[in-house]
Design a protein around this ligand. Structure first.
Ligand code: NI
Length: 253
């Protein structure tokens, strides 16, 4: 059974057939899905989906792209959302320096505030790090009690080893299946399977050979296959261990 640890099913791309897609997942081998929010409204939508489907769990958080114009009470409201029994993490949160509209200082402030909340609530976090590896590493180092996952990991093998040492997990999307993927195979080789997870980041980044199509969790087996090829392990083992890793990190029984 596969665990897609990162998929955005509230996205408008699923408006026409959301129920069809989500209902069919357990029958196609995907027994668990974690749906992270990007701001307060999408965190609420993720929770609503988790209430509706037993195999769907949620995370609540403010993505760096959405850090502008937050309501004054956003952190209190976020804390309230995390008290829902199906909210298993704070996410997605982090830094995105590709996205220039949101000043870096504000991104850092919102990231730190949510890491503080994660420490207080003892919840894992889902980190989005795009072109901000140095600052992301420096900031999480300031929160040694916080554990979680760097999703769609795009950093170096050296940084990956450091994160593993600090107790973090890494997860990989369809980008690892692309022919031009260079860094990811090196990272996957360098990191123990016990710290890896698979994800789609649906509706984005469909893996080869579905590239360009809308992505959904059925495709997550391609990420497990790719990790199995890189590590020279049976795919069943990669499926089993990555699912166990996700269940352990997010405290799902
Ligand atoms: Ni995402």
């Amino acid at each position: 059974m596969l665990f897609d640890t990162h998929a955005h099913y509230y996205d408008r791309a699923f408006d026409a057939d959301r129920d069809e897609v989500l209902s069919a997942l357990p029958g196609s081998g995907v027994g668990l899905v974690l749906c992270p929010g990007c701001d307060l409204p999408t965190s609420r939508e993720a929770i609503a989906l988790a209430e509706r489907y037993p195999h769907v769990y949620a995370a609540a958080g403010v993505h760096p792209e959405d850090a502008l114009n937050l309501p004054e009470n956003w952190l209190t409201e976020l804390e309230r959302l995390t008290r829902h029994p199906k909210v298993k993490a704070i996410g997605e949160i982090g830094l995105d320096y590709y996205w220039k509209e949101v000043p870096r200082d504000l991104q850092k402030e919102v990231f730190r505030a949510q890491l503080t909340l994660a420490t207080q609530l003892n919840l894992p976090v889902i980190v989005h790090d795009r072109e901000a590896h140095g600052d992301c590493l420096a900031i999480v180092q300031d929160f040694p009690q916080v554990r979680g996952v760097f999703h769609c990991y795009s950093g170096s093998a050296e940084d990956a080893k450091q994160l593993i040492k600090w107790g973090w997990h890494l997860s990989f999307t369809g980008t690892i299946t692309f022919k031009n993927a260079r860094k990811a195979p090196e990272v996957i080789q360098a990191v123990p399977l016990e710290r890896l997870m698979v994800e789609t980041d649906a509706p984005y980044m469909a893996p080869t050979p579905y590239r360009g199509k809308r992505c959904d969790s059925r495709y997550v087996y391609r990420m497990a296959e790719t990790i199995a090829e890189i590590k020279g392990l049976p795919v069943e083992e990669v499926v089993r261990i990555t699912t166990e890793n996700g269940k352990r990190l997010f405290a799902i029984n």
